[in-house]
Ligand binder design. Structure first.
Ligand code: ANZ
Length: 964
């Protein structure tokens, strides 16, 4: 059977009863209420002030800001997997509205980025044109779902009025520095004042006033939170752009496009996110996020405690970072990363006497050997270099360093297993304790000294070992000099003692190292925010004054990126904006007292992450053209309060794939804006929830090519496409796998309320689940029964019994109040699937009882359904005679008198004789019942200390105990 064959469901839509709930009726009801809600502004959330100010009674309520990760308007449109999260937040938002909150819920578009540009290149359409067409399509798809968005607050990141503020934030970041003592960002002008007054020494001596403009710019560049630098960056010739570390996969390829990525030295913009490493780590503790995401952020930030140790070399020194300073006595050689800036300085013209052949790589001089090795290392990715299994390569640079702890001369190598981007780019090698060092030492005939007592029986002679020995439980040995002895200590104590010695003698110090690198912030793209930066004739960067924002993207003839042979590491990026000479070269008066001058614009653009770094703030005050966000409005929706120590959005729902990209970047921007006093919230998203994925079956023919799922037929448990047998596997849903089901199809067949219910009923929200079009009808039938319980299908008239609650039978009242209690708790806890199960149960109960449903029950049933299936609820609510929207009604509250479980009597027998009776819940588990029976006084007494051979439990009514 086809997955979306309309014939399969025809019987439920073609119907005799003229007022039955059908797809056609759903379509009519849904369109009508959607128009009504739009016209009435039903979902408008009032601000405390400004252009969106509104009903003071609503403003006075506690607020809830409920947000989705906004979509990228892809040309493929939505499939039923996309709205899963949007429906969930909508249900939750509606529930919050009905429980006394002022709820902000809206949706915008993240619309800069690569796909639009690639599509533009393929088709010759301008990225703006295709992006806008895609957004239009998505807006209508989303509208059909009846999402209760405050549409006044929607925007796209490509709107100049929006990216004006993205650029403005860039300028704030550019114009600030991180004060390590105060542990916060401060305006760069305050740093200048410190240099100028002498309060802070100008590095290298001299005074601020004696520095040239270029020298000042360079010095400030060392401090600015947004800075340009020439560091090695991830260059991806296949995409024609540089990438952030977060955009490079574990095997050294671009996350998008899967092209090789190389390290290349290019002048690029960076964000000094590393300054915030500690705070980004610490504040995680207070966020209500899934542990898995917190862990990914912690690992990405990668805090390592250890020590910095200096190894003298000819009056200079090599500084290493180690997490194991306790193994210093076992350091028998050193390694510098091939790119380490000191390599040249320490490499002599000739091999020193006694150099082993194995160390030279067959080269006549150290200079030659190092040059050849560097060239070889440059062609490898970091991951290839670090691979545990690979043969260790390297060359001796012809120099020796002094191990500070024992004065030994240890040879210095370059080897690619040491990375420039981590620690200090140099290590002390301890072959006995580190496997990579062990393998290297074996390959290069270097000494291996046993400095921890192996606990695995291998003995203390490393020449007999097959691997390094690593354990935190072992004791240190062979590790003492005249001043310090680590022998016999455990690792933790030894670390402390040696660190203290290093600090006392000045040979080193305890330190913390982070894995996190600064965020590479420029891209060689057209379709992104232009940088509000110009360069003067001396190449000094100047920020544009805020009055010149937004700096709009110019129209260009050719917006395609220049891409290259994906494997050619020696290529250089070219920015599309640089092709527009008139835009690039300008005469401007920056208002800095220098008058009009010639400038060259920055032609890189910002990465597509920029726009999503602060969008939650724009939702608050979307039309503000004077300020980023009005402080009072920001404080109202985002400010810290009880349960929200750093403030932020109350609920943020989206995919788990953004753990270290968007979520880390957005937290960083928040903290900078907080430090600079622009916002009161130091965290953007207090509670995060990751929804699961909707999966779909992928059908493949014998060649492994996906065939359209809608054309596949099932016969006797096998699947066929055009007569050919095909395989079936669960996978992603999407155009490329030819298994996409669109919300439009389902809405046409059943209506949006059914789609909403089905998506919410499929399983717990955080779990992935397979889509099954054939199962959707189950929720449609629920709505039909609901309808039938309130409206007469033949006359279309209300069919409820106008009686008082006191006249309702006790069973029904119990069913009602239990449902209210359960649904309330489930909606609050985002367990939408179990909430639907409880609504279904109540509805079935009413069907079973038969007769007209008492009005007090019918009304509350409709209210319970309202967050989940808002259109049908609104329609029934009005049918019940109400004149105001169900959206703002109060959610029912259960009467506790009916919620307490009834009990049943459980008989406890010993050897078949009744010894006790227990009152227990009818749903008691066998385990609990057994425990309760064995703990009962009478049972204990009757057993009289005898052991138990067997307990037979038949919950909830019987426990039979057989004594030993
Ligand atoms: C001596 C030592 C002895 C080390 C031992 C380990 C075990 P984490 O935990 O990830 O911070 N290291 C330091 N910088 C490096 C670089 N740029 N490239 C490759 N390796 C580097 O790892 C820190 C450890 O990784 C450091 O501690 C250093 O080796 C190595 F039994 O120093 B260790």
């Amino acid at each position: 059977m086809s997955e979306t064959n309309p014939a399969a469901t025809a019987p439920v839509t073609a119907d005799a009863a003229p007022h039955r709930y059908t797809a056609a009726m759903a379509a009519e009801i849904e369109a009508r209420w959607q128009d009504f809600w739009d016209a009435e502004g039903t979902y408008a959330a009032p601000n405390p002030k400004g252009d969106l100010a509104g009903d003071p009674e609503l403003v006075a309520r506690p607020k809830k800001f409920i947000m989705d990760m906004f979509p990228y308007p892809s040309g493929a449109g939505l499939h039923v997997g996309h709205p899963l999260g949007y429906i969930a937040t909508d249900v939750f938002a509606r529930f919050q509205r009905m429980t006394g909150h002022n709820v902000l819920h809206t949706l915008g578009f993240d619309a800069f980025g690569l796909p639009a540009e690639q599509y533009a290149v393929q088709t010759g359409t301008h990225p703006r044109a295709s992006t806008e067409a895609n957004m239009k399509n998505m807006v209508s798809q989303l509208r059909r779902l009846g999402l209760g968005h405050d549409k006044r607050r929607s925007f796209a990141t490509i709107d100049p009025e929006y990216y004006k503020w993205t650029q403005w934030i860039f300028l704030q970041i550019f114009n600030s520095w991180y004060d390590d003592e105060a542990k916060r960002a401060r305006p760069i002008s305050e740093l200048v004042a410190q240099f100028d007054s002498g309060e802070r020494a100008v590095p290298g001596g001299g005074t601020w006033s004696a520095l040239t403009e270029a020298e000042r710019a360079d010095l400030l560049g060392e401090y600015r939170l947004a800075y340009a630098s020439d560091a090695p960056v991830n260059w991806c010739p296949g995409l024609g752009t540089v990438l952030a570390n977060e955009e490079v996969t574990a095997d050294g390829r671009s996350e998008r496009g899967n092209f090789p990525v190389f390290k290349s030295k290019l002048r690029q913009w960076n964000m000094r996110i590393t300054a915030y490493a500690d705070r980004l780590l610490d504040d995680l503790d207070q966020l209500d996020w899934p542990e898995a995401i917190k862990l990914q952020q912690r690992n990405w930030i990668g805090r390592s405690e250890g020590a910095r140790v200096d190894f003298p070399v000819d009056g200079e020194r090599i500084t290493v970072f180690t997490t194991r300073p306790d193994t210093l006595f076992g350091a028998t050689y050193m390694v510098l990363a091939p790119e380490h800036p000191l390599v040249e300085k320490f490499t002599p013209a000739a091999w020193p006497e006694g150099t082993r052949d194995a160390w030279t790589g067959g080269h006549a001089t150290p200079t030659e050997a190092v040059a050849a090795y560097r060239a070889q290392a440059a062609s490898k990715s970091d991951v290839e270099r670090q691979a545990e299994a690979k043969d260790k390569t390297g060359v001796f640079i012809g120099a020796y360093a002094t191990n500070p702890v024992n004065g030994e001369q240890v040879p210095v190598f370059v080897a690619d297993y040491v990375l420039m981007g981590y620690g200090t780019g140099a290590i002390m090698a301890v072959p006995a304790g580190d496997q990579r060092d062990f393998e290297f030492a074996r390959a290069f005939e270097l000494p291996i000294r046993c400095i921890v007592e192996p606990t695995d029986g291998r003995g203390t002679d490393p020449s007999t070992w097959e691997s390094a020995f690593a354990s935190y439980d072992a004791k240190i040995m062979n590790s003492s000099n005249d001043e310090v002895s680590l022998d016999g200590l455990g690792v933790v104590e030894a670390k402390e003692r040696i660190t203290e010695w290093l600090e006392r003698t000045g040979a080193g110090a305890g330190t913390v190292n982070f894995r996190l690198r600064d965020w590479l912030f420029s891209r060689q793209r057209y379709w992104g925010e232009p940088f509000p930066i110009v360069y003067d004739e001396d190449g000094i960067a100047h920020p544009l004054p805020a009055s010149m924002l937004p700096l709009e993207l110019p129209e260009v003839e050719d917006y395609s990126p220049r891409t290259f042979d994906p494997d050619d590491a020696d290529t250089k990026p070219e920015t599309p904006l640089s092709r527009n000479e008139d835009w690039v070269h300008v005469t401007l008066d920056l208002g800095d007292g220098r008058g009009p001058r010639r400038y060259r614009r920055e032609t890189n653009t910002m990465p597509n992450w920029a726009g999503s770094c602060w969008y939650e703030l724009r939702y608050l005050d979307p039309h503000n053209s004077e300020q980023l966000v009005d402080p009072e409005i920001e404080q109202y929706w985002m400010g810290p309060r009880e349960g929200l120590p750093h403030g932020g959005v109350d609920l943020y729902v989206g995919g788990a794939e953004h753990a270290v990209l968007h979520l880390l970047y957005a937290r960083f921007w928040s903290k900078v804006l907080f430090d600079l006093g622009h916002v009161s919230s130091a965290e953007p998203f207090h509670k995060l929830f990751n929804q699961g994925m909707i999966q779909a079956y992928v059908y493949r023919d014998s060649r492994g090519i996906a065939v359209p799922a809608a054309e596949v037929e099932e016969r006797d448990g096998a699947y066929f496409h055009g007569g050919e047998k095909v395989s079936r596997l669960l996978g992603k849903m999407g155009k490329s796998l030819k298994n996409a089901v669109t919300p439009d199809e389902i809405c046409a067949e059943y209506g949006a309320d059914t789609l909403r219910l089905y998506e919410m009923a499929m399983g717990p929200l955080d779990v992935s689940r397979p889509w099954d079009t054939r199962a959707v009808v189950g929720q449609f039938r629920l709505l039909q029964r609901l309808w039938r319980n309130v409206v007469d299908e033949n006359t279309g008239r209300l069919s409820v019994a106008d009686v008082a609650e006191t006249d309702v039978d006790a069973d029904t009242l119990r069913a009602l109040h239990k449902a209210i209690d359960g649904v309330r708790q489930d909606l609050e806890g985002m367990r939408f699937n179990t909430a639907i199960a409880k609504v279904t149960e109540l509805n079935n109960h009413l069907t079973k009882v038969g007769g007209p449903v008492p009005r007090p029950v019918a009304e509350r049933l409709v209210l319970l359904v309202a967050p989940l299936a808002p259109h049908v609820a609104e329609e029934l609510w009005r049918n019940l005679g109400h004149t105001s929207s169900v959206v703002h009604e109060d959610f029912p509250v259960a009467d506790p008198a009916y919620v307490v479980d009834e009990t049943v009597t459980c008989v406890v027998q010993i050897k078949g004789k009744v010894k006790a009776r227990l009152e227990v819940s009818p749903s008691v588990s066998e385990e609990d019942l057994e425990k309760a029976a064995l703990a009962d006084e009478k049972v204990v007494a009757a057993l009289g200390g005898a052991g138990i051979r067997k307990v037979i439990v038949r919950a909830p009514k019987l426990v039979n105990i057989v004594p030993a």
